[in-house]
Design a protein around this ligand. Structure first.
Ligand SMILES: Cc1cc2nc3c(=O)[nH]c(=O)nc-3n(C[C@H](O)[C@H](O)[C@H](O)COP(=O)(O)O)c2cc1C
Length: 436
């Protein structure tokens, strides 16, 4: 095994196992979608399996096109959820998602520092530039992706300065001398940049667990640049092992070019798994989940991801690179648009073939369909071949699939020495191996 290292495993609390038709199942627990207890229960299961972290993706808009028949990105606020999860767990990392496009850095620095106190150093931040929702914040349209990433870079820098402005050593709290804070050690940040002007200091001291781990998602050139400069783990969408190897190597090289240790950036693609007791049942679960997604909905998905309008095309018509919209056609996520472009450039699929692909149905994630025993060798191979440092579990299809992940797949990985049997550290930095 590579350097005797072990997989890093996170669990996505976005209820992907309710996607497609799965929420209609009698055992889907969909009625608990908006209860905090549900997320706490999942986090406790993830902790019992000794996972590195749970994390909740987020959106700041409601998808009115899909909410009639699906959750349409309905979602509780992930940072408030993280706070109750922190309270009800002891060891697992708790990562929230916060956009750098629509929030003020001072407020976010403060919320995250608070979460780090509440969780005793288990907090993490998934830095996203947001997919949509500009109209909820006084803008007519989303700022261009490159601009959002420039703002994200400055946002992260400002938040980190704020975290450092009130260091743990400045917290004296000595009754005898009457000294609460050491004013010599508390420094303003006086940040003045293109996007933000913040004086500081923050009014929440550092809890002293080291720099908070950052997760990043978004794999365009500017997304990778931000990840290389700042991220400790990257939530990737990679449909095949080769893309994983390319992406992981690129992220490691970028970290080095920023003077960082490449082992401080973990490539963690989403692993969309359909697990069941037999292979046949697993395929049935996959088909049940996606089978009734109507062709029009799949074609609408191709259009919204890539800008390619296949309405009115015959299912057996081939699509070639010439059919693609210009490369700079505005899209929500260049990462996801490029995945569809790549399939078309490489394989010239028919319309029917394209709309069956993971890039259209499952956001381009690595998909495993089978028993937990089937999943182990594939995960081991991706890990040993350097395609991943771990993965973020994105179970599909059903609650029993989620349970098979926790109760069977993770213990199997641990038995094979691919994953920890017990927690060794206390903080998220410890779990991710960032403390040496
Ligand atoms: C795997 C993955 C997960 C993402 N999760 C979120 C999310 O939870 N919330 C969000 O606002 N944006 C999310 N994004 C969007 C990115 O933060 C980014 O805004 C978008 O992908 C555009 O960047 P790109 O051009 O680098 O793809 C995600 C992107 C990817 C690839």
């Amino acid at each position: 095994m590579r350097n005797q290292k072990r997989l890093k495993i996170g669990f996505s609390l976005s209820q992907t196992w309710l996607n497609g038709n799965a929420w209609l199942r009698a055992d889907s627990e969909v009625d608990e979608f908006f209860t905090g207890d549900h997320y706490v229960k999942l986090a406790q299961k993830a902790e019992a399996a000794k996972l590195d972290f749970v994390f909740k993706a987020d959106a700041l808009f409601l998808n009115m096109k899909s909410v009639g028949g699906a959750h349409g990105l309905s979602s509780l606020d992930p940072t408030l959820l993280a706070a109750i999860i922190a309270r009800e767990t002891k060891r697992i990392g708790v990562i929230t998602t916060i956009s750098t496009t629509f929030n003020p850095p001072y407020v976010i620095a403060r919320q995250l520092q608070t979460l780090n106190w509440l969780s005793h150093g288990r907090a993490g931040w998934n830095v996203v530039t947001a997919l949509d929702g500009a109209y909820n914040f006084g803008y007519d349209e989303m700022p261009p992706a490159d601009e959002r990433y420039k703002q994200a870079g400055e946002f992260v820098e400002t938040v980190r300065k704020l975290w450092d402005s009130y260091p743990n050593e400045a917290l004296i709290v000595d009754r005898e001398s009457g000294v609460f804070g050491d004013t010599e050690k508390i420094k303003p940040v006086e940040h003045s940049g293109k996007f933000f002007k913040v004086a500081g200091p923050l009014n929440v001291p550092s809890p002293g667990y080291g720099s908070m781990p950052l997760l990043q998602a978004g794999a365009s050139q500017s997304g990778r640049y931000l990840a290389g400069a700042t991220a400790n783990a990257v939530f990737l969408a990679v449909p095949d092992k080769e893309s994983g190897m390319e992406m992981r190597l690129d992220l490691r090289e970028r970290a080095v070019s920023h003077g960082r240790n490449p082992d401080e950036i973990a490539a963690m693609p989403g692993l969309h798994m359909f697990l069941a007791e037999s292979r046949e049942e697993a395929y049935e679960l996959y088909r049940e989940t996606h089978g009734n997604v109507p062709t029009e909905q799949r074609i609408a998905s191709v259009l919204s991801i890539s800008g390619l309008d296949l309405n009115g095309w015959a299912l057996d018509r081939r699509i070639t690179a010439d059919d693609l919209p210009p490369a700079d056609h505005p899209v929500r996520s260049r990462t996801h648009a490029n995945m569809i472009r790549r399939v078309i450039e490489r394989e010239q699929p028919t319309v029917g073939e394209l709309i069956e692909r993971s890039e259209v149905l499952s956001a381009g994630h690595w998909v495993i369909i089978g028993t937990p025993e089937d999943a182990v060798p594939e995960i081991a191979e991706w890990f040993e071949d350097g395609a991943v440092d771990g993965f973020i579990a994105v179970p599909g299809g059903s609650v029993p699939c989620v349970n098979l992940f926790f109760d069977r797949l993770v213990p199997l990985l641990a038995e094979k020495g691919l994953f920890r049997q017990e927690y060794e550290g206390e903080t998220l930095r410890d779990h991710l191996g960032l403390n040496g």
